[in-house]
Write a protein that binds this ligand. Structure first.
Ligand SMILES: O=C[C@H](O)[C@H](O)[C@H](O)COP(=O)(O)O
Length: 229
């Protein structure tokens, strides 16, 4: 299903485009399919949103550039952990939210590809990743808790660890707190509150960034554009 969504997104790619390349298991399918088209002669430049995606794209022969070289991208294709009303997203399950958001914001269009299970009525069942600096984390936690409360959210903040028990460090050298809010009644309000907390580098709420979402399920794929979401 993820590959089906990725294949549909690929139909929006044209020669000459500058593409943001997302991160995660769904975005991986897109990079693989894109590489097949590149091998057949499609001329594009990709800007990866993580070292993981960079390594994959390099291995598969997708031409890469940086956001400094290409500050205005045509299209970004990326996955999501949750897709809510208005195509508001939770992202960052793989820890790439900061670069993903910068790349998406630099793109004229963002297409999200996901399996249909990612569509929810209310965001928040998936813990919200919040990227924070490695300084004064106890104070930053307090700031996040107060900001969340002001937006009607309460929940445990867990410092993300890798499978081997070591603290997870993002590509930008920061840490991630996963916020188990359960429900986020007003994602835009929470996003604004969190952005004001000193020490919060970025959070995984993507508001008004996705222009289209391609959801693939057992019965086929559906495309939702923001105007109709
Ligand atoms: O940091 C990771 C990204 O935001 C991913 O796009 C997100 O976690 C979805 O990943 P997947 O396609 O593996 O479910």
């Amino acid at each position: 299903m993820k590959r089906q969504a990725a294949a549909l997104a690929l139909e929006s790619v044209r020669g000459g485009m500058k593409l943001g390349l997302g991160t995660g298991s769904t975005a991986k399918h897109f990079v693989e399919l894109l590489a097949e088209r590149v091998a057949q002669g499609l001329d594009v430049v990709g800007v990866p949103t993580s070292e993981q995606t960079r390594a994959l794209a390099e291995k598969l022969g997708v031409p890469l550039g940086t956001l400094d070289e290409h500050p205005a991208l045509d299209l970004t294709v990326d996955g999501a952990d949750e897709v809510g009303p208005g195509l508001a997203l939770v992202k960052g399950g793989g820890g790439a939210l900061l670069r993903e958001k910068i790349v998406a914001a630099a793109s004229r269009e963002m297409i999200v590809i996901a399996d249909a299970s990612k569509k929810v009525e209310t965001l928040g069942a998936f813990p919200l990743p919040i990227e924070v600096v490695d300084f004064g984390i106890a104070a930053v936690r307090r700031g996040i808790a107060a900001a969340a409360k002001a937006a009607g959210c309460q929940g445990v903040l867990t410092l993300r660890r890798r499978a081997d028990g070591h603290v997870f460090v993002t590509d930008q050298g920061n840490l991630i707190l996963d916020a188990a809010y359960g429900e986020i009644p007003d994602p835009a309000a929470l996003a604004a509150q969190l952005s004001n907390v000193p020490g919060v580098v970025e959070h995984g709420l993507f508001i008004n960034l996705a222009s289209r979402v391609i959801l693939a399920g057992p019965a086929g794929a559906t495309t939702i554009s923001r105007a109709e979401a």
